[in-house]
Design a protein around this ligand. Structure first.
Ligand SMILES: Nc1nc2c(c(=O)[nH]1)N[C@H]1C(S)=C(S)[C@@H](COP(=O)(O)O)O[C@H]1N2
Ligand SMILES: [Mo]
Length: 318
């Protein structure tokens, strides 16, 4: 009701277009994000202290096996996004609508223990802890493009396992046509969730065919280590041919359904954020063009690719 009218500020067209790649601008950007110079020194000194805003250095401990072997088919030669940028430019509305503040607001967010409930229209419902995931699933690394609907992009090395491996374990029933993902619901640990103008908890969804596609990935890590909280620890979805908001973070529940789930962004604005949301340069967002994208760490503009460059693999689904 009241939330239907909201136009979130992060979906205002990103106007920081920097046509040329300049070292100076990149340094300015990193400085603004507080990850160069004094900012970094400050963070390092705080290790072990619990500030009112939480401490970005307190991150999950390292399970055995990192870094996992990179999958040969998902090892392109693209330049990776600078790790510091990927870890400090975050959309995670449960904490803040301000990308550079998210990482400072995750201190109270507890990710251990963590389990994911998998149920609904399946033969074998399952609840697994993140520790169990490392044992049950064959973990690997994959380099994927990542494209936000706001028209910026990154290239990230994720660690995790294909969602299809989970489907195989739980065995969806023939009536199951969709997979619904739900994020944790803990307003006491996530300040953004105390704003009731949003339809919490965050929900996303895929069709069964999309979920079975080898590109659909459940990530528990990035850059060869466990996911930082601000990037969706301890377990998130990554769907590289769709806009970034489909890649739901910090998953609590996975349900198989007959009906198409109503997603968080769709319930805010169905025209702007429809269920399917495949990256497409020819379909503008109602308020801005999707023809080009800004590479986040270099500032370079490049052409948006159909299905974010994964057309060969996924076009058959549509
Ligand atoms: N639960 C949850 N998942 C989320 C979001 C969010 O606000 N809450 N933001 C989405 C959006 S819009 C993007 S672009 C990506 C950002 O992921 P990153 O911070 O790891 O780059 O997460 C997606 N998943
Ligand atoms: Mo996004």
């Amino acid at each position: 009701m009241s939330h239907i009218r909201i136009h979130p500020d992060w979906h205002i067209h990103d106007r920081e277009i920097t046509p040329e790649c300049s070292y100076f601008k990149r340094r300015e950007f990193l400085k603004q994000m507080g990850i160069l110079g004094a900012g970094l020194a400050g963070i390092t000194k705080q290790v072990g202290l619990h500030g009112a805003e939480g401490n970005p250095s307190l991150q999950p401990s390292m399970p055995d096996g990192f870094p996992f072997k990179r999958h040969a088919s998902y090892s392109p030669s693209w330049k990776l996004t600078e790790q510091q940028v990927a870890e400090s430019y975050n959309n995670f509305y449960e904490f803040s609508t301000n990308k550079s503040r998210v990482r400072y607001l995750t201190g109270a967010f507890s990710i251990t223990p963590w389990s994911v409930q998998v149920g609904g229209l399946v033969e074998k419902p399952l609840t697994f802890t993140v520790e169990e995931a490392y044992k049950r699933f064959q973990m690997e690394e994959r380099v994927y493009r990542f494209r936000c609907v706001e028209a910026w992009s990154m290239v990230i090395p994720w660690t995790g396992f294909p969602l299809a491996a989970l489907l195989k374990l739980v065995q969806p029933k023939p009536e199951a046509r969709y997979v619904k993902f739900t994020t944790f619901n803990r307003p006491d640990q996530a300040p953004g969730m105390r704003l009731n103008s949003y339809p919490w908890p965050y929900v996303e969804g895929l069709t069964i065919e999309e979920a079975e596609h080898d590109l659909s990935f459940i990530a528990t890590g990035m850059y060869g280590k466990p996911l930082p909280k601000q990037n969706g620890a301890p377990v998130r979805l990554v769907v590289p041919w769709k806009y970034g908001y489909k890649s739901i973070k910090s998953i609590d529940r996975i349900e198989f359904t007959a009906q198409q789930p109503k997603t968080f962004w769709e319930s805010l604005s169905p025209v702007e954020y429809p269920f399917e949301s495949n990256v497409n340069p020819n379909v503008p967002h109602p308020r801005w063009s999707q023809a080009t994208e800004r590479v986040v760490d270099t500032g370079l503009r490049r052409r948006t690719q159909l299905f974010n460059g994964y057309a060969d693999q996924v076009a058959r689904l549509y």
